[in-house]
Design a protein around this ligand. Structure first.
Ligand code: SER
Length: 608
């Protein structure tokens, strides 16, 4: 089965059960300063799991682009990826355990789905603890299914929270017991009678989370107003499993990339363990980097936040390419070109942003190539007795070696790096904002605190003001909001003049004192487009979107197309926002600087 077939089969299966297919959200979370990337399908849906109404209804299905950076170092084995796709079906206060479990069984084993061998399937359910009881309902549902299909209930394991509980994604938020579904990848004749967590031949293929609790700030699990289902099926892994492959990199999701790396390097996948590992790392990292840069909220390589992750991925791939003997100059874009051609029909933004992706890859490669050779010489000079913090910092500062690359090189040599010393050096050289961002690597969902919400609405005002002052070529390239400040990246070729900055500030403050209304509507993409709303228009499924409009109070009574044309700002956005701009306070721009080629960055604050 091809990846296209699998994706489509999944979407169709649930579409036929009244689910609305929705497009993948951005890889860069829109309203969540505490995480760098979308790490699971549930992430963009958190507001709806918490009770907000989703414009497409209560039954959804999607394939979500995800990035996980927690174990970049693990990439190189058969299953770890930085970029992956998570298929999910969602009930937002609609169906619960009965349908969820029966749908999964039917999709996995039925002819409309994957038609897998029933005898290779086992499941686990939550055994219960002080926070929540044993999931007797899930157990009963599975035991009915297993019994009806002649399978032993010994295949239903009862496991603790560590195994069978999902969420919250951050410190607080929606969570609940889950049931995991495993597939036996060993010999068909040797399927064990019961599920055993320690046996690697049992591969988890699907996770159905029954989100019925909210973990609050006191650490208590309070029942959610609505009962939700969040399921996650990792496309790469399931594709490998159903094709009888133990190595995800042998599926069509990687084959084209690996082939190109073979061509460039003159080596074969599988030739030596080192070559295989290097090829996996290169394929994974460059695909991930291309997806992040090519996202509609795309990020370019830099030394902070998401940009640092992109930089690290690219530089690590380049180093492995060098190790593999790739000598061609500016080769990494070749891998991205293949990835783009393979994924373009699924993620239209990837193709749309192709030139931007390739340009940024070239630039980053050029930059790193200029210092890599010298940096490696320097490293070899230093490494004999271990690397001090200062030396690691010098490799970072002068030769562009992310700390993790220095650590990896040191590990290969069997010497240590003084990580704490490096961090201390870095701190000396960094401004406060970047230091604060380190906390974000830990992950977690932000509360939509009042200050963040205010700054989020302010970001809409700012974008609208920039377009009025600088022109319609200004589009948003990224944003990041904390409780203290907002940051907006936007397309514009030149440094702003002091006068332009003043004009933008005045426009935003004018909108604030006008006490505009912020109206939320649910529109089809076409309607939103016709209105001239800003935002991401890529959708293959014609789903509805939320449009936030900032306009005069009198418009609220009767929102007509005419008065909305006169609105101060209109953007497609998930929210949340304030209801009136009057409460925002005083707006000022603190910094205007280059972010990357053709992209400027503004940092701004609200004061009382
Ligand atoms: N949230 C669960 C996961 O990420 C199921 O989608 O595994």
């Amino acid at each position: 089965m091809t990846s296209q077939d699998l994706r489509q089969k999944y979407l169709d299966f649930f579409k036929n059960r009244n689910h609305v297919v929705i497009s993948s959200s951005s890889l860069i979370p829109e309203n969540d300063p505490t995480v760098l990337f979308t790490t699971a399908g549930m992430h963009p849906l958190v507001p709806y799991l918490m009770g907000q109404k989703h414009p497409s209804g209560t039954r959804l299905v999607d394939a979500q682009k995800c990035i996980r950076t927690g174990d970049i170092e693990e990439v190189g084995d058969v299953t770890h990826h930085t970029f992956f796709e998570m298929m999910g079906n969602w009930s937002l206060g609609d169906y619960f355990k009965t349908e969820s479990i029966n749908y999964s069984w039917k999709f996995l084993t039925g002819s409309e789905g994957l038609g897998l061998d029933k005898n290779r399937i086992a499941v686990s359910v939550f055994e219960g603890d002080d926070d929540a009881p044993f999931d007797a309902e899930a157990y009963k549902l599975w035991s009915d299914i297993f019994t009806a299909n002649g399978l032993s209930v010994e295949r239903i394991a009862k496991l603790p929270k560590k195994n069978n509980w999902w969420g919250p994604a951050g410190v607080t938020g929606p969570c609940g017991p889950d049931t995991e579904i495993f597939y036996w990848t060993g010999e068909a004749t040797q399927v064990p009678g019961s599920f055993n967590d320690d046996n690697d031949s049992w591969v988890e293929i699907w996770n159905n989370v029954f989100m019925q609790y909210n973990k609050n700030e006191a650490g208590e699990f309070e029942p959610l107003a609505q009962q939700n289902v969040d399921t996650g099926l990792g496309l790469e892994r399931v594709l490998a499993v159903i094709n009888g492959l133990s190595d995800n990199y042998q599926t069509d999701l990687f084959a084209g990339l690996i082939k190109k790396i073979e061509e460039l390097s003159g080596h074969q996948y599988g030739e030596t363990p080192e070559a295989t590992r290097a090829m996996r790392i290169i394929a994974d990292h460059l695909k991930a980097a291309a997806f992040i840069i090519g996202d509609d909220r795309g990020v370019t390589p830099s030394n902070s936040d998401q940009g640092y992750v992109v930089r690290r991925l690219i530089r690590r791939a380049i180093r492995y390419g060098r190790q593999l003997g790739i000598t061609q100059d500016l080769w990494i874009k070749e891998i991205a070109i293949i990835a783009i051609s393979e994924y373009q029909s699924i993620y239209p933004e990837f193709k749309k942003n192709e030139a931007f992706i390739l340009d940024n890859l070239d630039k980053e490669e050029g930059k790193f190539n200029r210092t890599l050779e010298k940096g490696l010489l320097e490293f070899n000079k230093l490494s004999a007795g271990g690397i001090s913090g200062e030396e690691a910092f010098n490799l970072y500062q002068s030769y562009g070696f992310p700390l993790e690359i220095t650590e990896e090189l040191a590990k290969e040599k069997g010497v240590a790096v003084d990580r704490a010393g490096f961090q201390a050096e870095l701190k000396k050289h960094q401004d406060l904002s970047r230091t604060a961002s380190a906390g974000r690597f830990k992950g977690g969902l932000a509360d939509s605190g009042e200050e963040t919400t205010k700054l989020h609405t302010t970001a809409h005002l700012l974008l609208a003001a920039l377009r009025r002052v600088l022109g319609d070529h200004v589009t948003q390239k990224g944003s990041n909001i904390t409780a203290e400040r907002l940051r907006l990246d936007f397309a514009h070729p030149d440094k702003m003049t002091p006068d332009q900055i003043k004009q933008v500030e005045d426009l935003v403050n004018g909108a604030i004192v006008s006490d505009f209304q912020v109206i939320c509507e649910e529109l089809s993409l076409d309607e939103a487009k016709k209105r001239g709303a800003m935002g991401v228009f890529d959708s293959k499924y014609g789903e509805k979107v939320k449009v936030y409009t900032v306009c005069h109070a009198e418009h609220q009574a009767g929102v007509t197309p005419e008065n909305l044309v006169a609105a101060f700002s209109q953007e497609i956005c998930g929210g949340p926002h304030v209801e009136n701009t009057g409460i925002l306070g005083h707006f000022s721009i603190q910094k205007e600087e280059a972010s990357s080629a053709g992209v400027r960055r503004i940092k701004a604050v609200l004061t009382k």
